[in-house]
Design a protein around this ligand. Structure first.
Ligand code: ADP
Ligand code: MG
Length: 708
């Protein structure tokens, strides 16, 4: 199959970068000066959007889009399912004399009414008020999505109910970003900064994914419908040799990567690194970090682009966290920092003790937030699909702890004892006015077993799953950081108001925080058994499964912090709680139905065919006067009996039960469906390794993982 996008080696990446984005430069060229200034103020400083501006922007956007071959426009929104949704409309509007005019007014840009009443709302909408509205997110640039059948102007939007409640994850992400910025700026003010540009959070997501040949994919109903294999014996050769990790990228995959990069560049998504990952068939792409809300939109778009381009190359791109049992799963590490373009990342150690004091205050804020709200971070990555990965010994444990690296951990140890005067390993000792050391910019060793690691200029949250939106972890990070910044700023402000010297106030605050929250810092091996025990003795929560984590969302502490910073109302939180439970139950129910169907109609018939062949063989040998060995027949028959029993149990678990609440329904999925599916799989996988290869109807792990 010829790839649809042809690669032109003469084409410079710089020329195509952002070619399909309605960029600031594009706006500047097309808008009157005053209007352009007003839009930029909204984008950059968070100023309120002047409605009068919308018409002018809409007109310019429409002209640009038509020049780019767009026939339709779409409000793109992100419902609570974590997916991307679009409502397309034609630019053309009929006029009286049978003609049509290209129309796109300001009000169409600002607001849409996709109805979309079938998206889960977790009780936020009853049918009489089922409508949802989309609203233009000025901060996220509009873009053109190309399609062989015509291009579409896509406008990133928020999705809210008639009563103004958020039905999506973009709205709370924007709210949380704003709250975090305000309180970070208070701390910076204390450190003497003036006229600070809006502080925002940055997010650099590292996306892992699998590629499989599409022929195999299409022959696996489980991959098609559940995104993961519900059956499949381990291949004789797995990932033990590590020969794939960072190895040469296969040619077809390289072609795919080049095409995805080209498409991402056109959409203004700065894809940077690409390489093979640990498992065979597994790869990674890491776009450069951007403002969290843009990174989040781009991340969703990236997944769409990857899926589309993979198909053109005869492959399927899998974003499931665990498509293949027994093989490494996929994560989406969220690299997180706060700052702005002028000050850079506030999580970078500086050159002077004063700068370092500021850095340590921001680090301490992170330590406090992660310790105090570990449960919220855990729930931000909890899903039926990520459960297959988290806590297994190739992904971070379900216990949320922070890795600081030896040098920074040592500094905080000294702070806990009252002061910090040396920086480990550097041999130098700076005793400044504020007795804080010069810190190394070198992050030290990387610890891959930590769910939350300091990596030199940012923290890397490693628990998010490959298939999830980064919006949810970013909302939690922003909110809990807002809480910490607020607390630290308030403490310092009152100390200073009470006449305490600033340096001394900082010193006391750092000591207090590390004493109270230092338990969350752990530099050891997160995969070890001992850590489970030690974490328990430190009082750190170990929320092993999604159902252990989801109730964290509606605990009083959660409601309090989300309401206080205006991120979620209690009703909005409850709706997320309900939707998360529904999604969990639904995901497992779909898998269970698939396992039943594939087990009964694909695996069992194949096994029975083989059983019949063996039985016939016994009869033929007997009639020829030979003494047949019927042990294989007996063993196969035994496994078939196990499979039949397991299928019957699964069928029963799917039909007879009643649940009073979304939680009960989810619990049933966890305690009844998951084990019943597992029993079916054990029997089916045993049959796969026993019966004749030519009778086995499903593509094997060997084929799916190694043929690319
Ligand atoms: P590694 O494999 O060492 O973790 P990668 O280059 O694969 O590094 O990915 C690192 C990610 O972190 C990239 O998305 C990068 O843009 C992002 N990143 C770098 N600096 C920051 C920062 N200050 N804030 C947020 N993300 C950052
Ligand atoms: Mg990486």
């Amino acid at each position: 199959m010829p790839p649809a996008f042809s690669f032109d080696p003469a084409e410079a990446p710089g020329e195509i970068f952002g070619a399909n984005v309605f960029t600031k430069a594009e706006m500047q060229a097309r808008l009157p000066k005053a209007i352009f200034k007003s839009v930029v103020a909204t984008i950059e400083k968070g100023a309120k959007l002047d409605p009068a501006v919308a018409d002018a922007v809409a007109a310019a956007m429409k002209d640009w889009a038509l020049e780019k071959g767009a026939t339709h426009y779409a409000h793109v929104f992100y419902p609570m399912t974590g997916l991307t949704a679009e409502k397309h409309d034609s630019f053309l509007e009929p006029v009286s004399d049978g003609q049509a005019l290209a129309e796109f007014a300001g009000k169409t840009l600002i607001q849409g009414e996709p109805d979309a009443s079938s998206f889960p709302s977790g009780g936020l909408r009853s049918t009489f008020e089922a409508r949802g509205y989309t609203g233009w997110d000025v901060t996220s640039p509009a873009y053109i999505l190309e399609n062989p059948n015509g291009n579409t102007l896509c406008v990133p939007t928020v999705f809210v109910s008639m009563t103004g409640e958020a039905l999506d994850y973009k709205t709370p992400l924007l709210r949380s970003q704003q709250a975090m910025g305000v309180h970070a700026e208070r701390i910076l003010t204390l450190f003497g900064h003036k006229n600070i540009d809006r502080i925002v959070s940055f997010c650099g997501p590292e996306q892992e994914y699998f590629l499989v040949d599409r022929h195999f994919f299409l022959a696996r109903p489980d991959l098609i419908n559940a995104g993961r294999t519900l059956f499949g014996a381990k291949p004789p050769k797995g990932q033990e040799f590590d020969d794939h990790y960072f190895g040469a990228v296969p040619e077809r995959v390289l072609g795919f990567m080049m095409d995805t990069e080209r498409e991402l560049f056109k959409l203004g998504i700065p894809a940077k690194t690409r390489h093979n990952e640990v498992a065979p068939g597994q790869f990674e792409v890491a776009p450069m970090f951007e403002r969290a809300n843009i990174a989040s939109d781009h991340q969703q778009l990236l997944m769409t682009v990857f899926k589309t381009v993979a198909k053109k190359h005869g492959m399927e791109c899998l974003f499931h966290e665990k498509p293949f049992a027994g093989v490494n799963g996929s994560g989406k590490h969220v690299n997180f920092s706060v700052g702005n373009s002028e000050l850079g990342s506030l999580l970078v150690p500086g050159d002077t003790p004063h700068e370092n004091a500021q850095f340590l205050v921001f680090c301490a804020a992170v330590i406090r937030a992660v310790h105090k709200f570990a449960g919220l971070l855990r729930v931000s990555v909890a899903s039926a699909t990520n459960d297959h990965r988290l806590g297994a010994n190739e992904a971070p444990p379900a216990i949320i702890s922070i890795f600081l690296g030896d040098q920074l951990a040592d500094v905080f140890d000294q702070i806990a004892k009252g002061s910090a005067t040396s920086s480990k390993g550097k041999g130098s000792m700076i005793i400044g006015v504020d007795t804080l050391p010069v810190l190394p910019t070198d992050p030290g060793d990387r610890n891959r077993t930590s769910p939350f690691a300091f990596t030199g200029n940012r923290f890397e949250f490693r628990a998010p799953g490959s298939g999830q939106t980064v919006a949810v972890p970013m909302i939690v990070l922003n909110t809990i950081m807002a809480d910490s910044f607020d607390y630290l700023a308030t403490t310092l402000e009152s100390a200073v108001a009470a006449g305490e010297p600033f340096d001394k106030a900082v010193q006391t605050l750092l000591t207090d925080i590390i004493t109270e929250h230092g338990a969350v810092v752990f530099n050891g091996d997160g995969y070890s058994e001992n850590w489970q025990i030690e974490a328990a003795s430190r009082g750190l929560p170990n929320l092993k499964t999604t159902l252990d984590a989801i109730p964290e969302l509606i605990k009083p502490e959660a409601v309090e912090v989300f309401e206080k910073y205006g991120v979620f109302t209690e009703r909005e939180l409850h709706s997320r709680y309900e939707v998360r439970l529904e999604q969990y139950a639904l995901t497992i129910a779909v898998e269970a139905k698939l396992a039943l169907e594939i087990g009964s109609t694909v695996v069992l018939p194949a096994a029975i065919r083989y059983q019949t062949e063996l039985a016939q063989n016994v009869i033929v040998l007997k009639s020829a006067g030979l003494k047949p060995d019927s042990s294989l027949l007996q063993s196969v028959s035994g496994t078939i009996a196990e499979l039949s029993t397991a299928l019957a149990t699964l069928k029963a678990a799917l039909s007879d039960h009643s649940a009073d609440s979304a939680y009960d329904e989810a619990k049933h999925a966890q305690v009844a469906l998951l084990p019943a599916m597992e029993a079916v799989r054990v029997a089916a996988d045993a049959l796969e390794t026993t019966i004749a290869d030519d009778l086995w109807p499903l593509p094997t792990y060997q084929e799916m993982l190694f043929i690319l």
